[in-house]
Design a protein. Structure first.
Length: 386
């Protein structure tokens, strides 16, 4: 469970180790620390010796986010020009190895709760560079909107000019749990397709990394999906990503008899790896698998060489972040049931730990559509339609 505590000097080396390149350094606001790279010593000098550059003595609150005893995130709070009604968040960062697990959003929710309920702020502001799309998406997804209080600015970063976008949230918006204005224009559309009927659906075997072909019905279903996707406009400028396992690849081949796309084939979006259980008869699988724990365990593996929920999430998350943040605005994904249930949860902003409470479940040939809005919000137009 994530918790906040005041920053400690011993946190500095861990936090600065997350800043692995100069671009990350500047996106984080590191120019206030001098030149890249920033050291733990420099962070402590800034925080403890210079009070975070704040002239007022009681106006700088560095915080650390921990999962158990592990440091996973960091940010600071300060009053804007000493005004106790307006609080500014800054130097927000999450462990680069743990991004995609929902830590950033949860840390900000805890920070907002502290700002409004403990510090009694009326408005919280935060700045984000326009080219930091993942941070912008994170901030807007917890309720920040474009600021009416502060103007955007342009910062000189080396030889480049970067636009700094100002965001804010009022206490009223926080308590109501909604934003005043939402930009509903669509920036990106992502459509997922679960492969159609495979031989393992009819012969009583496990799928997983077993490399099964489609049945004749599966081929017919896939071509019918192609005609459906044609009506959705998927022949026009879509980038198709396909799992390299036969049943997904053959589904894409049949779809492309209609759409004519050239797929990008990747093993990243394969089905969950069941290890020794891959492709085995279902009866053998059930008889030999490890007994599931009574309490949900994200590290449970059906076989020693299988993937856990955490393993699958960590495999898929970099792909999810890539498709959310790349410049391709029309994306079609052909993959598998469990893999897509995790990917769909990621697209909707869910965290790994929320998988214990609810999951999306599709059947062979299920189609889902997600629209990513300009404000970072993701709208599910439909999920697992057949």
């Amino acid at each position: 469970m994530l918790r906040l505590r005041p920053y400690k000097p011993c946190d500095a080396e861990t936090i600065t180790s997350w800043i692995k390149d100069e671009k990350t350094f500047f996106l984080w606001g590191g120019e206030r620390f001098g030149a890249y790279p920033v050291s733990g010593e420099a962070m402590n000098a800034k925080y403890l010796g210079l009070n975070g550059d704040c002239t007022e003595p009681d106006n700088f609150y560095p915080m650390t986010a921990c999962d158990g005893e592990e440091v996973v995130g960091h940010f600071i709070m300060r009053y804007l020009q000493g005004n106790p009604k307006i609080l500014r968040f800054g130097w927000v960062i999450v462990d680069v190895e743990k991004r995609g697990r929902g830590y950033g959003k949860e840390m900000l929710r805890l920070a907002l709760d502290y700002a409004f309920r403990v510090l009694k702020a009326e408005t919280v502001t935060i700045g984000v560079f326009e080219n930091n799309s993942s941070a912008y998406h994170c901030y807007t997804s917890v309720g920040f909107r474009h600021s009416s209080l502060l103007p955007d600015a342009v910062k000189q970063i080396g030889s480049e000019q970067w636009k700094l976008v100002e965001l804010e949230m009022t206490e009223k918006e926080y308590l109501s749990g909604r934003k005043i204005r939402i930009d509903y224009s669509v920036r990106k559309t992502i459509i997922t397709v679960q492969h159609t009927q495979s031989v393992h659906h009819t012969n009583g075997h496990a799928g997983a990394w077993g490399d099964w072909d489609l049945t004749e019905l599966g081929h017919q279903q896939a071509e019918a999906i192609g005609h459906y996707l044609l009506k959705e406009g998927c022949a026009d400028g879509y980038t198709m990503y396909v799992s390299d396992l036969n049943r997904a690849y053959q589904t894409a081949e049949d779809i492309n008899k209609v759409l004519g796309l050239t797929p990008i084939v990747t093993d990243v979006i394969r089905e969950v790896n069941a290890g020794a259980g891959n492709g085995q008869p279902n009866e053998w699988f059930q008889a030999n698998m490890a007994k599931p724990h009574d309490i949900y365990d994200i590290d449970y593996r059906s076989f020693p060489d299988a993937e856990s929920d955490r393993d699958l999430w960590n495999r898929l998350n970099p792909f999810c972040q890539e498709i959310l943040n790349n410049d391709r605005d029309r994306i079609l994904i052909v993959s598998h049931g469990t893999a897509l249930s995790f990917l769909q949860a990621m697209l909707m902003g869910r965290t790994l730990y929320e998988q214990q409470h609810y999951r999306f479940k599709g059947n062979a040939g299920s189609i889902s559509r997600f629209d990513v809005l300009n404000d970072g919000r993701v709208i599910a137009k439909y999920i697992n339609r057949q």
